[in-house]
Design a protein around this ligand. Structure first.
Ligand code: 5GP
Length: 115
């Protein structure tokens, strides 16, 4: 079941620094952080990309991921200063791991546009 590195993290087959876990969602620190706080928030079910999402079926799951982001941002003390949430999708989006994930980045001033 599952064929990405994130499935192995969900199944606790490889270690990760988990900062939040609920029935449907897991969040852990990115192994190659791009900001003082860089956390990946993922669904426990296998969804490869944003393209497989639709509002009818996935609104509750996406809501849970946003709730997780807000809880973690408060825990990391970056809620007041602000943060960035990012979904990379596909090749041009810069997606490397094909298990849906939302990046939570904070703890420094972000630039725009992104590279
Ligand atoms: P993407 O480029 O697909 O949007 O982001 C994938 C992210 O997963 C990257 O930021 C990368 O550093 C992170 N990553 C890849 N492999 C691992 C791993 O084994 N453990 C953790 N914690 N993060 C990983």
């Amino acid at each position: 079941m599952g064929n990405t590195i994130f499935s192995k993290i969900i199944n606790k087959e490889i270690p990760a620094e988990i900062v939040y876990e609920s029935k449907n969602v897991l969040a852990f620190r990115d192994i190659n952080p791009q900001a003082p706080t860089h956390i990946l928030i993922i669904p426990k079910i296998e969804i490869p990309t944003v393209k497989e999402l639709n509002g009818k079926d996935h609104a509750p799951l996406l809501g849970e991921m946003i709730d997780a982001a807000n809880i973690i941002a408060r825990n990391e003390n970056i809620s007041e200063s602000g943060f960035r949430l990012v979904f990379n999708c596909g090749d041009h989006g810069g997606q490397e791991v094909y298990h849906l994930h939302m990046h939570l980045l904070g703890g420094r001033q972000m630039k725009w546009p992104p590279g």
